[in-house]
Design a protein around this ligand. Structure first.
Ligand code: FES
Length: 146
C-alpha cells in the first residue's frame, strides 16, 4: 500500500523535465526492471554555504515509486549544498515519502544514485574545465617565451 505522499508525488511530480544547459547530469538504470532515471542540476555559489544546487529536474521512465522518489529527491536537494545533497540516501527519500512498500525500496536507489552521479558529473566537468584553462595558460606562457 502506498502512502498519501507517494501518491501525491506520483500524480503531481515536482521538478519534472529537463534543464537545457545543465551543470551536471546523472543517469542510472535499474537492470532488474529496465527503468531509467535522469537528473539534471544547476550549481551556483552562496557565500555562506558555498556551491549549492540552485535548480534540479528529473526525467524518469519508470514505475510510480521511481517517479515519486525522483520528485521527492528534487525537493530534498534543491537549495542544499553539494555536500549535503550528495549525502541524501535512499532511506531519507523513502522516509520523507512516509515509507515505500519493501518490494519497492530498490526503486528509491535510482533517485539517490542519479543525484550522486549528477554531482560527480558536475565535479568532473569543473575539474576538466580547470585543467583545460591551465593548459591554455601554460601554452600562452610558452608562446610568450618564444
Ligand atoms: S520497478 Fe523499476 S524502478 Fe521501480
Amino acid at each position: 500500500m502506498y502512502s498519501k505522499k507517494v501518491m501525491d508525488h506520483f500524480t503531481n511530480p515536482r521538478n519534472m523535465g529537463v534543464i537545457k544547459d545543465p551543470d551536471g547530469i546523472g543517469e542510472v538504470g535499474n537492470p532488474v526492471c529496465g527503468d531509467i532515471m535522469k537528473i539534471f542540476i544547476k550549481v551556483a555559489r552562496k557565500p555562506n554555504i558555498g556551491e549549492f544546487i540552485s535548480d534540479i529536474k528529473f526525467q524518469t521512465l519508470g514505475c510510480g515509486s521511481a517517479i515519486a522518489t525522483s520528485s521527492m529527491i528534487t525537493e530534498l536537494a534543491k537549495g542544499r549544498s553539494l555536500k549535503q545533497a550528495g549525502e541524501i540516501t535512499r532511506d531519507n527519500v523513502a522516509s520523507e515519502l512516509d515509507g515505500l512498500p519493501p518490494e519497492k525500496m530498490h526503486c528509491s536507489n535510482l533517485a539517490a544514485d542519479a543525484l550522486k552521479k549528477a554531482i560527480k558529473n558536475y565535479k568532473r566537468k569543473k575539474k576538466e574545465g580547470r585543467n583545460a584553462e591551465r593548459k591554455k595558460e601554460k601554452k600562452r606562457g610558452g608562446d610568450r617565451k618564444i
